[in-house]
Design a protein around this ligand. Structure first.
Ligand SMILES: CSC[C@H]1O[C@H](OP(=O)(O)O)[C@H](O)[C@@H]1O
Ligand SMILES: Nc1ncnc2[nH]cnc12
Length: 322
């Protein structure tokens, strides 16, 4: 895989791609494409749940592994965190064959030892969104309940944890449950306004490690779609809990984004190489297979055809259309 992106005019890329694409990367604030990937196609996908945040670029590694990239807030970052169409993003990735997603996110740190520019692989989530984001593929007439006790794939976390050494910068560290020996919890707030100092301290008292506005409903929808999912959090600030410091502003976030996105590109190269092998040999991407088939409460006979057709988009063959 070449390290630097070749000059590709993405507008001239083919709009179709007929091979399965098993790995998806979602880029967040400050990460609108991956330098290490040379795109070979750009797909505009329409799903039964609407259009994704952006077109999906497909790249092929030198060894022929296909990787999809999607910009969470759009390539011009014009989508608010509460309005990210996560349901369409996950459905679109599922429709092209994605079995595992690595999602990048800019986060605030709630702990002294997680410094701005450190990377964090969380293993838990606390939901502080306000119920205004659609967080399930299911709806009236077709009820199912996915398990979410461990919201991320520990196998993905283990693989990513091996690559902390590629991160550049003075004392920049990668934190994960494997490396730090403790839970790492991401708080997901609604936004777009940042937290008050009181909220920031409350989240600390709950054991929060980092805070963002994006992990939900993305992680829940990936779980329902039976896709292995791990977020890589890139710390940009100390949120608002430090009395001796000004609370977070976008200026602080942006000042750390450049270093973070350079490190995101470095770690992504290693992760893609590793996941190419792990996905090809079946070690990653199959653990959730079939889980939704057995999580449905509604008798399939009572489900309207229109709903079954939508589900068929995600899970062809799970429930017969007749
Ligand atoms: C610009 S700071 C707040 C913004 O940054 C994070 O975005 P992402 O997770 O997509 O990197 C955070 O979740 C907020 O949406
Ligand atoms: N302090 C913070 N709160 C929420 N989202 C963030 N993204 C980056 N920093 C953040």
């Amino acid at each position: 895989m070449s390290i630097h992106r070749e000059a590709v005019d993405v507008t001239k890329l083919p709009h179709t791609f007929n091979e399965p694409v098993e790995l998806g990367i979602i880029g967040g604030t400050g990460l609108y494409h991956l330098e290490s990937l040379t795109p070979v196609a750009r797909l505009t996908i329409s799903t039964p749940w609407g259009a994704p945040s952006s077109s999906i670029t497909i790249s092929k590694t030198e060894t022929g592994f296909n990787v999809a990239f999607l910009a969470r807030h759009g390539v011009h970052h014009d989508t608010l965190p509460s309005e990210v169409p996560s349901i369409a993003n996950i459905a679109a990735l599922k429709s092209i064959g994605v079995k595992a997603i690595i999602a990048f996110s800019a986060v605030g740190s709630l702990q002294q030892d997680i410094k701005p520019r450190d990377f964090v692989i969380p293993n838990q989530i606390i939901d502080r969104t306000k119920g205004i984001r659609r967080s399930t593929f299911f709806e009236k007439g077709f009820v199912a309940h996915a398990g979410f006790g461990d919201p991320f794939d520990p196998k993905l976390s283990k693989i990513i944890s091996k690559f902390g050494g590629v991160l550049e910068g003075e004392n920049v560290k990668l934190h994960s449950k494997e490396l730090d020996g403790k839970d790492l919890t991401v708080i997901c707030m609604e936004g777009p306004t940042f937290s008050t100092r009181a909220e920031s301290k409350l989240y600390q008292s709950w054991g929060g490690s980092v805070i963002n506005m994006s992990v939900l409903p993305e992680a829940k929808l990936a779980r329902e779609a039976e896709i292995s999912y791990q977020m890589i959090c890139m710390s940009t600030d100390y949120d608002a809990w430090r009395e001796d410091e000004e609370p977070v502003t976008v200026e602080t976030v942006v000042s750390n984004l450049k270093a973070n996105s350079s490190n995101a590109n470095k770690i992504a190269i290693e992760i893609i190489k590793s996941l190419e092998i792990a996905i090809k040999n079946g070690e990653i991407g199959n653990d959730l297979k079939g889980s939704i088939k057995y999580s449905v409460s509604t008798a399939p006979k009572g489900v309207k055809r229109e709903l079954l057709e939508k589900m068929h988009y995600l899970f062809p063959g799970y429930w017969p259309l007749e």
